[in-house]
Design a binder for this molecule. Sequence first.
Ligand SMILES: Cc1cc2nc3c(=O)[nH]c(=O)nc-3n(C[C@H](O)[C@H](O)[C@H](O)COP(=O)(O)OP(=O)(O)OC[C@H]3O[C@@H](n4cnc5c(N)ncnc54)[C@H](O)[C@@H]3O)c2cc1C
Length: 445
Amino acid sequence: MSMRSVLRQSPAVRAALRVPRTVPSVLSSVRAPTASASRAAVRSFSSTVHRDDEFESPFGVNSLAKFSEEEEMLRETVRRFAENEVKPRVEAMDEAEKMDPAIIQGLFEQGLMAIETDPDLGGAGCSFMSAIIVIEELAKVDPAVSVLCDVHNTLVNTVLRKYANDQLKQKYMPQLSSGTLGCFCLSEPASGSDAFAMKTTVKKSDDGKHYIINGSKMWITNSAEAEFFIVFAQGDASKGYKGISAFAVEKNMGVEIAKKERKLGIRASSTCTVNFDEVKVPVENLIGEEGKGYKIAIEILNEGRVGIGAQMVGLAQGAFDRAMQYAFDRVQFGKPIAKFQGMQFQMAQIATEIEAARDMVYNAARRKEEGRPFTKEAAMAKLFSSQVAQRAAGSAIEWCGGQGFTREQGIEKYWRDSKIGAIYEGTSNIQLNTIFQITAKEHGY
Ligand SMILES: Cc1cc2nc3c(=O)[nH]c(=O)nc-3n(C[C@H](O)[C@H](O)[C@H](O)COP(=O)(O)OP(=O)(O)OC[C@H]3O[C@@H](n4cnc5c(N)ncnc54)[C@H](O)[C@@H]3O)c2cc1C
């Protein structure tokens, strides 16, 4: 969370967060290396005791473990929010298959629902990596809360931030920063992986003042609680994917929330069918240009995939941390089960895989921030992180024995939640397809 957001909190909330009131300039992102920092870094090669700032590379190149002060502070703030506010509610929300409204309100109050949004529009104005950190930290405690925050930030806010005109940003971004939840409506009953085969149609009204949307979207995350919808619709099927446009739609324009899915995992996250029956949307609510919706969807999902990678890394770490603690507490044959080499090697293997997945996610995020190509890296990060999440959560159940299999311990929830990583924002096969296409191109084919 940016300092601006911290300072916006009430004294009680600040006290709860235990964040000092005056922390210097956390909005200054990456610090320029200084001579003293370089000297300190050189010293660090020969010292066994390090301070954080001594890790600054004297050569101007840093590891993926380097974060700005703002990012570090945000991680700590989210960690506390997740432990104090989310953790006590996880089991009940999963059993009820419903998000506690206090969590959504808390996320908005903490400034976590407008992470990259410009401060003039009520946001924190932080980096993409900041969003990744928030998603990862929330997923350690509850991947369902994490995806609510992820979709709102990396899909909904980002579409408006990157493609909407100033008028549309002014109209919607302040409310999306302060309390209105958003969702992203692309998939349909007959078009999932083949998203651009959508059947939802859009046409202009006779007086030219509105677009009229008809059709059904399926699997829409956040839709039970949302008031704002980014909707993709086909305006001219003869043009194929080039007939698709994106719209900013308010619930009160006539959007109907239909069947809520009963799911294996992330059960507190709502997933519903959303119907549009002659929904009239003002012409000024077109996002970007007519016929450019496909481009918006492709580019946004590239970013979104890094977010899902972060969700899966957080999930894997959350399951691992719980199982590690159990393995040191649980005594068999006269000693903690973590003392058996058979357990240690399995845990070391999973710890290594989580580290690799995290590095892939951070690398994709930093590449995006630097303006480098990152489509392949995002696909690889999502693919691998979701595989690691399944392995980590599955192993965690086994390491905790019978306790791991019970619902009360919350370990099995991580495994149930992990399965979605291979499905949404592009299935694993679709990621493999993207990775192969780009790799083949890199090889000149
Ligand atoms: C909990 C949840 C939340 C979701 N949230 C949203 C949301 O907020 N917004 C939204 O728009 N959508 C959302 N989705 C939809 C999600 O993105 C789709 O489910 C996903 O893209 C897959 O589409 P599908 O389910 O139709 O599967 P299909 O496309 O029918 O795929 C079924 C299987 O076929 C494989 N397959 C398909 N095509 C190919 C191919 N060319 N090559 C190889 N294999 C292939 C797939 O990999 C998969 O294994 C959500 C889905 C779920 C389950």
